[in-house]
Design a protein around this ligand. Sequence first.
Ligand code: IPM
Ligand code: MN
Length: 354
Amino acid sequence: MSKTYNIAVVPGDGTGPEVVAEGLKVLDAASKKFGFNCNLTHFDFGGDRYLRTGEVLPDSATDELRKFDAIFLGAIGHPDVKPGILEKGILLRLRFELDQYINLRPVKLYPGVDCPLKGKGPEHIDFTVIRENTEGIYAGAGGFLKKGTPDEVATQESINTRKGVDRCLKYAFEYTMKKSREKKLTLCGKTNVLTFAFDLWQRAFNEMAKSYPGVKTDYAHVDAITMWFVKNPEWFDVIVTDNMFGDIITDLGAMIQGGMGIAAGGNINPEGVSMFEPIGGSAPKYKGQNIINPLAAICAAGMMLDHLGEEAAAKKIEASVMDITGTKIKSLAAGKMGFSTTEVGDMVASMVAV
Ligand code: IPM
Ligand code: MN
């Protein structure tokens, strides 16, 4: 009997539902071709639901989502809702409560995609950022003193637990051993200034490296890494870093791989339920026009299948995306693809089906 995966689908806000629909189209084609089933359950979490009901996320949501094999997410963020409410109340809450402690973000220049960096091609830009996803500044430690007065003080502390750092590093070393091109892992930090947080990271990194003699290790400061992403992206294979630095450098990563139209990511709990998403956000200005690029969501669906163990299907999706970028699509930008959102989804689905 063929395998069945129970997938929770959270289309979310803005263009989220449109790109998720194309991701699901490709998932359906892949499931028929590779002989597995996806049992989909939709959830309406997002800005519209919040504006309608006043509830950001029902308390039962995480327990319900925990029962699925994976979560496929579109985007969270609504122009009529104050920034932070949905992002913290839905996205970060799910990452934290489902303990998705890895944020896995591949940066890969696909064939035919215009790279903003002169002289760089697909052979130069192919690395993965492993971002710690539950601690650091995102943990929410800190607060106000004398808020609203001239003596106001605001603090926001970075929380780095040895357990949290170790489990992230372990994932990174294992990933580098099993999945990377060159078996090279770079720790990205700021040991020259953040002498507590990144002292812990560096000690933990050096200690763990002893158990992985097959992995070449390196270190780079976060400011320098932003420079090298532009100058010498080919130096990088796998990068591991904390939550805040990972957030920042993966937006830069998304740009050097051609833009948000192609950047996908996974929020991974290796022992629990993981959530896959295009990382570009809800792009409300493009909503409902059938012009947004669905390739990032399609790549996220591919990452989800790889995570579920459907490696052949994941590879086929990636090869089809490469074919589209290399020979068909004009640009990755919304409205400039030469095709509509649904046409791009149709093309990938039909390539995956053969
Ligand atoms: C991301 C986003 C989120 C983050 C926001 C929306 C909370 O920027 O997934 O990178 O900061 O993690
Ligand atoms: Mn971000």
